[in-house]
Ligand binder design. Sequence first.
Ligand code: SDX
Length: 428
Amino acid sequence: MADGTASLSLGGNAHDFPVRSGSVGPDVIDIRKLYAQTGAFTYDPGFTSTAACESAITYIDGDAGILLHRGYPIDQLAEKSTFMEVSYLLLNGELPTGEELAKFTYTISRHTMLHEQLATFLRGFRRDAHPMAVMCGIVGALSAFYHDSTDITDPKQRMIASHRLIAKMPTIAAMAYKYTIGQPFMYPQNNLTYTGNFLRMTFGVPAEPYEVNPVVEQAMRTIFILHADHEQNASTSTVRLAGSSGANPFACIAAGIACLWGPAHGGANEAALNMLREIGRPERIPEFIARAKDKDDPFRLMGFGHRVYKNYDPRAKVMQKIAEQVLKELGVNDPVFDVARELEHIALNDEYFIEKKLYPNVDFYSGVVLSAIGFPTSMFTALFALARTVGWVAQWNEMISDPEQKIGRPRQLYTGANQRDYVAVGER
Ligand code: SDX
C-alpha cells in the first residue's frame, strides 16, 4: 500500500515512485519500475540504502540501539526466554503456549542425530580442518542424505528441513570440535535441553558421565539467543539470494555459513579474541587504538563498529554481563577480559570512535565468555553459525512464502571496454 510518492528528475523528465511505510522504521521508495521508466539503475554497493525485501521477523533501530524479534526486545528475551522458545517465535511469529513449546522441543529433539554415514564423511577432513570448513561441508552434504525434505514447494518438507537444520547444528558443531581433538563423537541425549545436549556432546566423553553446569548452560542459552537472527545481514542475505533460485534449504544454509565465516562478519568473534590476546595488557592499548585510526593501516578494532548500530549494540551489553557471571562462576581470571573492558573505555572516550559512532558489537565480548567455557577460538564462529541457523531458516521460509519474491539478480555500473573486434595473436 503506497503511502505517498517520491519524485525523481532525470534527463529533464520527472518520474514518480511509490513510497511505502512499514510498521516501524524508515519508509522505502519502491523503485522496481525505475529501470523500465528511466533506463537507469540505482547504485548502492554494500546495499547501505537498499531494502532487499519485506520482513516481519527482526527490527533493528541502529541509532537507538534497539533489536526486536517479532516485536520482543532482545534484552527481555535474553533474560526471560529460552533458545527453543525464541526459535519457535522466529519461525512462527508468536510466543508459543506451553503445549506448543513442548511439542516443538520434542520435534527438534527427535532430529538431533545425524545419518551415521556423515560421521564417515567428516572423517575425510584433516584433523586440523577449521570447524567452519567442516560446517560448510557437512551442512551442504545434508542435501545428499535427506532427499525427503528438499522439495521447497512443499510446506511440509520445508518445515521438516527447517527442524532438521536447527536440531542437527549442535551435533555437527560438537563433532567438528571432537574431530580436531581426536576424541570420539558423543551421540545426542534427548533428555537434556538443546543447550545442555550441545555442551555434553562437546565436552563430555564416553568414559564418564557429564554434569551440565547450570550457569554455563544458561550462559550458552543466552549466547544462542543473542545470535539467533539479525535482520538482513550479509549471511542472511546470502541465504535469501541462494534460496531465491530455488536451491534446497541445506545448500542455502551452507552458503550462509560460508558468508558468516568472514572476519568482517561472524568471523569477528574469533578475530576479536585473537586481537585482545595480541594486545595482551592494558599498557599496549594506545598502540592498537592508533593503528585502528591510521588510514594507511588496514588494522581495525575487531568486535567494534557495525553497519547498522551507530549506538551500543544491545547484544554486547548482555554479553558483557554474561562474561562477568561466567568468569566468576568458573573462577577464571583472564587478563583478556580486563584488556577488553579497558579497550572499550578508552575507545568510547576517543574522538575518532565517537565521531564515527563505533561501539562494541556482539562479537567484542563473546570470545572472552566462550574461551572461559573452554572453546578454542576456532570454534567461536561455528557457535555463531549454530545459533544463527534458526534465523537463516526463518528468513528463508519467509522469502519462499513471499508472493513478491523472485530470483535475486542485481545489475551493475559497467566500466569495462566498449565492443571491439578480435585481433589474431600474430597482430597483437
Ligand atoms: C556482525 O550486519 C549485521 O547485522 C552483522 C551482525 C549480525 O548479527 O549478523 O551484527 C554480526 O557481523 C557484527 C560486526 C562484526 N565485525 C567486526 O567487528 C569487524 C570490525 N568492524 C568493521 O569491519 C566494520 O565496522 C563493519 C564491517 C562491521 C561495518 O563496516 P561498515 O558499515 O561498512 O562501515 P565502514 O567500514 O564504512 O566504516 C565506517 C568508518 C570507516 O572510516 P572512513 O573510511 O569513513 O574514514 O569507520 C571506520 C572505517 O574505517 N571503522 C573502523 C572500524 N569499523 C569501521 N575503524 C576502526 N576499527 C573498526 N572496527
